[in-house]
Design a protein around this ligand. Sequence first.
Ligand code: GAP
Length: 513
Amino acid sequence: MAQEDVFKKIVSHCKEYGFVFPSSDIYDGLAAVYDYGQNGVELKNNIKQYWWQSMVLLHDNIVGLDSAIFMHPTVWKASGHVDAFNDPLIDNRDSKKRYRADVLIEDQIAKYDEKINKEVAKAAKRFGDAFDEAQFRATNARVLEHQAKRDALHERYSRAMNAMDLAELKQIILDEEIVCPISGTRNWTDVRQFNLMFKTEVGSTADGASTIYLRPETAQGIFVNYLNVQKTGRMKLPFGIAQIGKAFRNEIVARQFIFRMREFEQMEMQFFVKPGTEMDWFRYWKETRMKWHQALGFGAENYRFHDHEKLAHYANAACDIEFRMPFGFKEVEGIHSRTDFDLRQHEKFSGRSIKYFDPETNESYTPYDIETSIGVDRMFLSVLCHAYTEEQLEGGETRVVLRLPAALAPVKLAVMPLTKKDGLPEQARAIYDDLKFHFNCQYDEKDSIGKRYRRQDAVGTPYCITVDHDTATDGCVTLRDRDTMQQERVPVESLRQRLEEAVSLTSLLKKLA
Ligand code: GAP
């Protein structure tokens, strides 16, 4: 099945099984804004817990914070967001549609990649086992021609973006003969800068009101609390402050479902270090964060680092952790060496001294900062994309199963009586009432047992427990494993310990040690 079709299926599965709904669905939705349903909110909370505990529980020098979304407007002047948090936009005069110039060019680069991949796939089919992909890529004339065009375009694009040369971005679009996907024409306006922050007003009257912004990143809440936390927590460098919270960006190109949203959630950690040590810590956090992702067991081949060519206005090094989504490798997390830019700017704009007194050297200095910043929603999407599986069963039936890591699954186990009579529901209820204090459980007695198993597979429940006519006499239930579909008899009293090991967040966190 084409990856595009797989992605469409994942999106409709999310809606059908209560993971993600379009926002204001009964009013036909609101572009790039989504709500999380009964299963989605559990999965999302588990992802947040996995992140929070890996940061705050496992590091004795990282503490948490929950700062407000609204902040003093000068914060965004100091941080550079008022002047520099822009996207280059271009309009098509015929369709009246607005696009991000950089995205139009990146799509064009992706088209060259697609052409190359098509040539490779065709040749692989033709030559079968004898196919040497590396040699084919290095020698095939058509592949080399596409590759040369792609590389030249990429080089020109990177230069234009680094210099934020808007005229050159437009010229690239014209030279590459990129057309508007709606009108099919090349009738483009000039490229302009567009600030991504949402504005609103505080104060009840227009006169007394002042403009404030919805935060476009949670990080600034940490920087402006650096002194509060360092002093009240008597924190010594190096130390970190972690925060999970909503962020807002007026994204023009909002697409790929929850990949690019206007309201989203970030999990950010700012790690303050002594100047001069930042590159060592940058490497440390790259490795640590990659390990966190890979502990989920999705396969190392599905992740890669991508070093930034164009650095944000605050960074002296930056890289992304990308995950293989159905629409290609995409950024899920950013790791940035932000220098002392933010603390210095807030020092300058607030007039307050934001320094660290180092008791070892008796000096005061502005700490440097390494940031790890991951989008909850993107992480959610990567987990779902990896988990969604359609399996062909014996007898021709298809089963849709979410192979979620057990610790992240919304429901850990479903308790079911085999039938609705002979006292089985009462026995099943008693087991459910005991286990619900320890795990997120569901009780289900509707429909045939086969249908109930399928329903649980579709939301990724790792275990089903079935109470049958022997349970009353042998004290055992049938425990069914979601992935293998194998069933075994297990004594009721051993269930809790057995499941705890398999589904707890602790088992997952221990992999990080
Ligand atoms: N404080 C640094 C910062 O915000 P960023 O690379 O702009 O850096 C960090 O964003 C992460 O936030 C991204 O890796 C992504 O996971 C998530 N993110 C950013 N914009 C997003 C959007 N419009 N929708 C969903 N997630 C987004």
